[in-house]
Design a binder for this molecule. Structure first.
Ligand SMILES: *[C@@H]1O[C@H](CO)[C@@H](O)[C@H](O)[C@H]1NC(C)=O
Ligand SMILES: *[C@@H]1O[C@H](CO)[C@@H](O)[C@H](O)[C@H]1NC(C)=O
Ligand SMILES: *[C@@H]1O[C@H](CO)[C@@H](O)[C@H](O)[C@H]1NC(C)=O
Length: 291
């Protein structure tokens, strides 16, 4: 065989191996409305979603299937103008009282004031790990890429390919890590003016309704979850580089530099610095490097 044919066969083998675990999901084939479908819509070729909040209700979608590890990508354009009291969410979650969850939430604000990008992670039902950021761009002017990378080693929250947060696996040191429960992907918009605006200081301005958040290009490149499977089973169904490529293991030096830039300049809350809240009894992962 010539090198071209070898390459072709190699690509084919990779594609077949990938197919076991690889889901190239769109809204139209992988998500459904679990709330407020009557006033929201999937548009275009199935790659565009609008979620609407008005005085009748908010709205939301979720994936039909759950995933265990993967790269979950979504382009989002947030509610413009006076969005105070609205919360737009994009997150993964399992179910049950000991659930795991990885969150991006976007807390609206009055016109001209910054959104808050709120992140959190729950492991075995235990959350309280909030970190918040101001965006370094106007998140209502255009679509931006919010991606969650989740593998056995670490969870990374990315915005436009810049990592903003890492939660590393320190399970062998007694800190729970999300690696045993499949999670579905959810997006929603709702009225949270009882807490999102600094404890309810600002109420939603219903004269500005309807509030529309736009989503585009949802992609879950992830291991399908079909009930309890071990990491090894999942890995064995994944492309060879899934666990070893730099994207899925530790961040590069350059990516760490970008993350430091965001955290030095745009981070506005870090639970690991909130000694008052934890009364000096800080969560154990706060003493570990998270990159
Ligand atoms: C979104 O960001 C992720 C993480 O950096 C990247 O892998 C992906 O290619 C990006 N997608 C688009 C459409 O830019
Ligand atoms: C809205 O903007 C104000 C002023 O910059 C800021 O203090 C506040 O934290 C922002 N976010 C919310 C959700 O109110
Ligand atoms: C739950 O999380 C908090 C904050 O990270 C931590 O202090 C606490 O030890 C955790 N509890 C359990 C049971 O894991």
């Amino acid at each position: 065989m010539g090198s071209f044919q070898v390459l072709f066969v190699a690509l084919l083998v990779t594609a077949v191996a990938f197919d076991q675990s690889f889901v190239d999901a769109k809204f139209s084939n992988s998500m459904y409305f679990n709330w407020g479908a009557s006033h929201s819509s999937i548009l275009g070729n199935g790659d565009d979603l609008q979620l609407v909040l008005d005085s009748t209700s908010g709205s939301g979608v979720q994936t039909k299937r759950a995933f265990l590890f993967g790269s979950i990508e979504m382009l989002i354009k947030l509610v413009p103008g006076n969005s105070a009291g609205t919360v737009t969410a994009y997150y993964m979650s399992s179910t049950g009282s000991k659930h795991d969850e990885i969150d991006f939430e976007f807390l609206g604000n009055v016109s001209g004031q910054p959104y808050i990008i709120h992140t959190n992670i729950y492991t075995q039902g235990n959350g309280s790990r909030e970190q918040q950021f101001y965006p370094w761009f106007d998140p209502t002017a255009d679509f931006h890429n919010y991606t969650i990378h989740w593998n056995p080693t670490e969870v990374v929250w990315y915005i436009d390919s810049i990592p903003i947060r890492v939660f590393r696996n320190y399970e062998n040191e007694g800190i729970a890590y999300p690696n045993k429960q499949g999670m579905r992907v959810y997006s929603s918009i709702w009225n949270a003016d009882n807490w999102a605006t600094r404890g309810g200081l600002v109420k939603i301005d219903w004269y500005s309704a309807p509030f529309v958040a736009r989503f585009r290009h949802f992609r879950a490149r992830a291991c399908k979850w079909n009930g309890p499977v071990s990491i090894d089973q999942c890995a064995s169904k994944s492309p060879a580089n899934w666990w070893t490529s730099p994207v899925y293991s530790q961040l590069s030096y350059a990516k760490n530099g970008q993350m430091k830039w965001v955290r030095d300049n745009y981070m506005i809350y870090d639970y690991c610095k909130d000694t008052k809240r934890f009364q000096g009894n800080m969560p154990p992962e706060c003493f570990k490097p998270q990159f």
